[in-house]
Design a protein around this ligand. Sequence first.
Ligand SMILES: Cc1cc2nc3c(=O)[nH]c(=O)nc-3n(C[C@H](O)[C@H](O)[C@H](O)COP(=O)(O)OP(=O)(O)OC[C@H]3O[C@@H](n4cnc5c(N)ncnc54)[C@H](O)[C@@H]3O)c2cc1C
Length: 453
Amino acid sequence: MGKEIPFDVIIIGGGPAGLSIGSELSKNYKVLVVDKNVAGVTSRSWFVPLDVLDEGVKPFTYGGVTRFLASTFTGAKLAFQAKLFDRYPYVNEKTILPYWLDVIKSNRSQVIDNCAYLDHTVKDGVVSVQTTKGCFASRLLIDASGYNSIILDKYKIKRNNFYWWSVYGAVGEHPNGLQSMQVGDYMMWQTFKDSNENLDTSLAQGRPVFEYEIYDDKTSLSLVLYLRKVQISYSDMEKEYLHVIRNEDSTKPFHDLKIKEIKYGWYPSGNLSQQIAEDHVVFVGDSGCWTTPCGWGMGFILDNYQFFSSQLSKVLAANTLDKASLLSIPHYKVHQKYEVLMNTLATHFLSNATAPQLDKFINLYNQVDPILCEKMLTLKMSEKELREMLKVVLKTFDLKELVQIIPKQDYLLVLEEAKYVVEDTVINKIHDMIHFVSGHEDKPKLNDGFEFQ
Ligand SMILES: Cc1cc2nc3c(=O)[nH]c(=O)nc-3n(C[C@H](O)[C@H](O)[C@H](O)COP(=O)(O)OP(=O)(O)OC[C@H]3O[C@@H](n4cnc5c(N)ncnc54)[C@H](O)[C@@H]3O)c2cc1C
């Protein structure tokens, strides 16, 4: 080739995906990270399951969630201790991202701030990347630019069956103490009677859930979260958040909250992760739709960055960086379909059900064991537990309701996956249902739920 290529890897985006993978690769390769803002600075905050933390990340954690709660406006309250793991620790965004940055720099790789990706070309094994601070060349480009990637757009890549989490809230202080709340509480789903009648039409699809986490005896993080096909605007979320914390009867401990720091953002979720690559280009983190259906984006990164980096090191060493080779390496650990099924179903309830239906769904966990809710969120459900939960769901909601909640394409996906785990009698019902939604003449009875032996 003659001329030496200055970098092995250029990474677009100095968020958690770009910096964690960059720090691993910088141990053996020359890496350049560019960020359109400042690398290592984020307005997000994360708590993650304990078991996704490796020894390198553990020193950057603190506190944690010890009690999961759900509270529905139709009356039911769920409270269950986090028994599956000791705790769900917080990952300190103010120390871990700078640590990864230091690793990259101390390995004599480079980071450039205020440097936005503009475009790139791939020719004869060289990726030429145009940025607002000039042109740089490498053997491989990693897109870690997050939910709004223009590199995905350039390749016209669609993220399959995509949903968005839109999130807005604040870290704040409670001048009158925590009242009924406890340190370590995580209110996972609090629902309200539809409270958005006076807001813009972008909210017409439904209401958000309210979430709070109690950090210490006077500090909380509270958020409104929407799971939708569309992104909710910053101003609509801000309005709704202020309404929820100031006016709702059931959020009294927040009425006098002193807001200290706004946290907000949008991230992909709602379906299975995707492996995406092009010649000399791979996509990671939010840009690559690295997520569980319930959207633990940071948890997913922490669970997979070392694994992915080691796979990538091998193809960099072999210099096999064409699309087929990049796609052939596993990007992340694959979960069993049955682990994902209930999570996908919960996603649909959160995004498409009416407020009373969502309440009914949340309340189902009282009928089985509330710990299943925690296991569902972290993809730790066993096949037996899934069957148990599915029975309750399918008995409680008639097929007509399920058709309304689950969009057709995903409805078939859920049912196909359900076939994998449920009894033969149910499979026949599912076949009936598939015929029904695809317009065949044989219609199932709609109001009897499924019969189980
Ligand atoms: C409020 C909030 C709370 C959350 N809480 C949790 C949680 O508790 N647990 C959990 O697991 N997940 C959580 N998430 C999800 C998690 O934060 C994301 O999945 C994660 O940040 C994705 O990391 P990333 O590096 O892929 O993308 P990002 O964090 O979005 O980083 C992308 C980086 O790329 C840069 N960039 C973008 N475009 C360009 C460009 N053209 N040129 C150069 N640079 C560019 C950006 O400036 C940014 O620094 C939360 C998200 C939000 C919004």
